[in-house]
Design a protein around this ligand. Structure first.
Ligand code: C2E
Ligand code: CA
Ligand code: CA
Length: 402
């Protein structure tokens, strides 16, 4: 059966952590609906649940593409579970058995590797296995180990990048950016380990550690530096964390433990995270009710940027570096940056330009109405102790011409 067939491995999910949020009976109910839909789409082909939200379909390879299109189509209608309308997304990995490879376990492994890639290419995608994907899978396993060990052995640390007021470069806040040390001491950057932490669920303990550490540090600065302390600390929060029913309690606990006022904490989320589920928006409103600020990160890179301002409580827009990069040579992109600069007050948001690397950019942004910026021109992400030096420096000579 396996030798003449392609098992696509499907992962069907409607926003992570359904069980956590709506309870196990709701999760089971959703799985039942998904299983029925898969059976319907698969016709005569074999459907099996592999565990969690993962299913395998064993199909004749010649017609696999037709089956897959049917699977994607059949998942499109939303499912009502526990009174909530859920949109099911499928990520499909496809592996084909041929004369060289007849081991069923290997076939499923390959489909699994391809499914991981599908998950990271976007919603409702399918990806066919290639041997090159194995190297990625090995690297991910290594990073997953490093994250587990990092959490266990305290090998995580935070850097803080100044957010400054234009034009003078005075520090107004910091963004906490996490780093992970490998067992051999090498630093792994967040671009490499955050996606793995998100895919494995390790982002939950990791994010909690970031929250607690950042709040503790901000409270410490306030105690020691008084009015000179960064007025706000920003932390990055992933979609998966917004779906975690414990997030609000974790935030309340971190604020209570450290004595940091809620107004000093800003949660940075991307558009994709804000749109990931109905629950995400509710969580954002609850955070806002607590007094915590909400920043929309990488603004301008998503699909629905401006309309999101109507549905989400947003205090800060962080205009993405890609726009800032272009302001002195792409008039169309500069026009967008300028439009935002002049609309911020009407939109009721504070604007921060990200990734400012040159004096020219800083000066142009200021002329376009920007009052806050962040980027290597002012400072790279710094260890906590160097933030105090930055405050000293920034209060003396101006960083840019007015
Ligand atoms: P981000 O939130 O957009 O953070 C800004 C990134 O741009 C940081 O990279 C920062 O070092 C870099 N950056 C700042 N100014 C400049 C500049 O002028 N030029 C250039 N080339 N880069 C600049 P980093 O620290 O590597 O973080 C990468 C991403 O990883 C972050 O992007 C964020 O999405 C994620 N991340 C970092 N820390 C956390 C965390 O604690 N939790 C979560 N969920 N994600 C995090
Ligand atoms: Ca950010
Ligand atoms: Ca950003």
């Amino acid at each position: 059966m396996w030798t003449s067939s392609s098992p696509p491995r499907c992962n069907a999910t409607s926003g992570p952590a359904i069980n956590d949020r709506l309870g196990h009976p709701a999760g089971d109910q959703l799985l039942t609906v998904v299983a029925e839909r898969l059976r319907e789409a698969a016709g005569e082909a074999l459907v099996a649940r592999l565990g969690g939200d993962e299913f395998a379909l064993v199909l004749p390879s010649a017609t696999a593409a037709d089956y897959i299109q049917r699977v994607v189509a059949t998942m499109a209608p939303p499912v009502t579970v526990a009174g909530e309308l859920l949109h099911v997304q499928v990520s499909i990995g496809l592996a084909t058995a041929d004369s060289d490879m007849v081991d069923p376990a290997e076939l499923v492994r390959r489909a699994d590797v391809a499914m991981y890639q599908a998950k990271h290419t976007g919603r409702n995608r399918w990806v066919t296995y290639t041997p090159a994907m194995d190297a990625d899978a090995t690297e991910r396993a290594r990073i997953e180990r490093a994250i587990r060990q990092g959490l266990h052995h305290n090998r995580l640390h935070l850097l803080y990048q100044p957010v400054v007021a234009l034009p003078e470069g005075r520090l107004t806040g910091v963004e906490a950016l996490v780093r992970l040390h490998d067992a051999d001491g090498t630093v792994i950057g967040p671009d490499r380990f955050i996606p793995v932490a998100e895919a494995t669920g390790l982002i939950i303990p990791l994010g909690r550690w970031v929250l607690q550490t950042a709040c503790r540090q901000a409270a410490d600065w306030r105690r020691r530096l008084g009015a000179e302390a960064p007025a706000r600390i920003n932390i990055n929060v992933s979609a998966r964390q917004l779906d975690d029913p414990n997030l609000l309690t974790d935030v309340a606990q971190a604020l209570a433990d450290t004595g940091l006022p809620a107004e000093s904490l800003i949660v940075e989320i991307t558009e994709t995270a804000a749109l990931s589920s109905d629950a995400a928006a509710t969580t954002l409103y609850r955070l806002r009710d607590m007094g915590v600020g909400i920043a929309l990160d990488d603004f301008g890179t998503g699909y629905s940027s401006l309309s999101l301002l109507m549905t989400c409580p947003v205090d800060v827009l962080k205009v993405d570096k890609s726009f800032v990069d272009d302001i002195d040579h792409r008039p169309d992109r500069a026009a967008v940056v300028k439009f935002l600069g002049h609309s911020a007050t009407d939109l009721g948001v504070r604007l921060v330009a990200e990734g400012v690397e040159t004096l020219t950019q800083a000066t142009l942004l200021h002329q376009m109405g920007y009052q806050h910026a962040q980027g290597y021109h002012f400072a790279k992400p710094l260890p906590a102790e160097q933030i105090e030096n930055f405050i000293q420096r920034a209060t003396s000579p101006p960083v840019m011409a007015a």
